[in-house]
Design a protein around this ligand. Structure first.
Ligand code: NAD
Length: 458
């Protein structure tokens, strides 16, 4: 029996498409094709594999208007942000173009004497890429483009909330010269994802929630193949009393919290502000958030669209109720918006503390809590009071002061006077409940290969 998946437009709740879900039999047949295809693909010279990816990038850019509309229709991401994502994700391709040869080529380590010693970097084989919906270009490219360049075949499962975009990736990869038995897009939800875990793949690369990531890692642990997890966060931002421009700090913090409706893994999820500037910061922050245009995501001026998943509205309502009960002060929003679609009013609380769920659990929506602190030490303690470890940010005009704080953060990424930012030049990694392993940078290129040591006596 075959299930269908329904793709709904979050702006209206209407069904935008119905697609047959991949079946377990299809999945098994696909895997044997990928196994064959991968062996040939690994023999294609690296430069030719890279050329395919560069061509793919050009095809994506040439079709970005249509692709941005597909993304907006299925996720509710405002169209300007869909276009930004499509343009921005090109930097992964540029990073590969400049660095793949350096990090994937054979290394001659000892070239003189009786025994020569070399390292070759071999692909892992056929890897699974189980992905999220919130930035399908960014998080997808971090994995499947890097895997393909390294000579792997990829079984790609986009989120059921970004399926149409995932199918477009397959179409343009094939047009760019990637063989059909080297990349395959699976259609379906967690049930087909679960079946992927039972198949003999050579690596599992996952982007999504902590709960699913933990389940995947424990389920496949016995296979002893590489597992990478890019998971959620509860990312703190601390605004110190010496910020050069309080208004500018508030504008940047608000954008970090509300871009993509707060549905970024590295969105600012909680804010600590020095008591000395607290009132001025909070006023500027509220003024900025109140100015956001909420509405139809197809409108180029919209900054806040609907949430992607209707069920997240309940998470937001629960966090709001909990914060009110525990004494937080509601300064803006705090309710579902009337009418069609999954809209929640941009919401700001102050006078928050760590008894409240909105300061401790991932919110993943347009809701933020602000807490007053009296010293850097208090801020450090609160920022570190979490099981997550994705990013942490400090706004201060004093670099040494900021670095002293950031050095104490147990997170994969830290920011000084910026936030909610990913660059292909540096590793993207989470610690503890935020993940395992790195994508991007040299580490992210090497994540898709295994070293083989050669001891050679001529
Ligand atoms: P999710 O865990 O619900 O789903 C992710 C993927 O896993 C989907 O493709 C889903 O179909 C699949 N899946 C679900 N159950 C499965 C199972 N039992 N076996 C195999 N696959 C299964 O997460 P989501 O809602 O798509 O994404 C949101 C989460 O992702 C947030 O927590 C966010 O912070 C995180 N995220 C992290 C990063 C990062 O780089 N660290 C980037 C983007 C999103």
């Amino acid at each position: 029996m075959q299930d269908n998946i329904e793709i709904r437009n979050p702006a209206t709740g209407a069904v935008a498409a119905t697609l047959p879900s991949s079946t377990t039999v299809e999945l098994e047949n696909t895997l044997s094709l990928l196994k064959q295809g991968q062996r040939d693909w690994a023999k294609v010279p690296l430069q030719d594999r890279l050329e395919c990816i560069i061509q793919f990038g050009q095809l994506i850019l040439a079709n970005k208007q249509e692709l941005s509309e597909i993304l907006t229709n299925e996720t509710g991401k405002p169209i300007t942000q869909s276009l930004n994502e499509i343009n921005g994700a090109q930097n992964r391709i540029e990073h590969l173009r400049k660095n793949a040869t350096k990090w994937l080529s054979e290394e001659v380590v000892v070239s003189e004497g009786a025994t020569l010693e070399n390292i070759r970097y071999e692909p892992l084989g056929v890897i699974a890429n189980i992905s999220a919906w919130n930035f399908p270009y960014n998080v997808g490219f971090n994995v499947f483009l890097y895997a393909l360049v390294a000579g792997n075949a990829v079984l790609y499962k986009p989120s059921e909330f970004a399926t149409l975009t995932g199918l477009q990736f397959a179409k343009y990869l094939y047009q760019a010269g990637i063989p059909e038995n080297v990349f395959h897009c699976i259609v379906g939800d967690g049930r087909i994802g679960e079946h992927i875990l039972s198949l003999p793949l050579d690596g599992y690369f996952f982007t999504g929630s902590y709960k699913t990531g933990l389940h995947i890692a424990t389920t496949v642990a016995h296979k002893l193949v590489p597992v990478q997890l890019e998971l959620g966060g509860k990312d703190p931002l601390y605004v110190a009393d010496d910020v050069a421009d309080i208004k500018q700090a508030a504008v940047s913090a608000a954008e970090g919290a509300f871009y993509n409706n707060g549905q970024s893994c590295c969105a600012v999820e909680r804010i600590y502000v020095s008591a000395l500037i607290y009132d001025r910061f909070v006023e500027a922050f509220i003024e900025e958030v109140a100015s956001y245009r909420v509405g139809d995501p197809m409108d180029v001026d919209t900054f806040i669209g609907p949430l992607t998943r209707a069920e997240q509205l309940v998470v937001l309502e629960d966090q709001v109720k909990d914060a009110l009960q525990k004494g937080a002060r509601l300064r803006l929003g705090g309710h579902v918006l009337e009418g069609k679609g999954y809209y929640y009013a941009p919401t700001v609380f102050d006078h928050c503390d760590h008894r409240m769920a909105l300061m401790c659990d991932e919110t993943f929506g347009p809701l933020i809590g602000i807490q007053k602190v009296s010293s850097d030490e208090e801020a450090i303690g609160l920022m570190q009071d979490t099981a997550y470890g994705l990013t942490a940010a400090v706004f201060s005009s004093d670099r040494d002061r900021a670095m002293r704080i950031l050095d104490q953060m147990d997170t994969g990424t830290v920011y000084w006077n910026c936030c909610d930012r990913v660059s292909p030049n540096v590793p993207w990694s989470g610690r503890r409940n935020s993940g395992l392993g790195s994508t991007l940078s040299a580490q992210g290129i090497r994540a898709f290969v295994q070293p083989k040591a050669y001891h050679l006596r001529p």
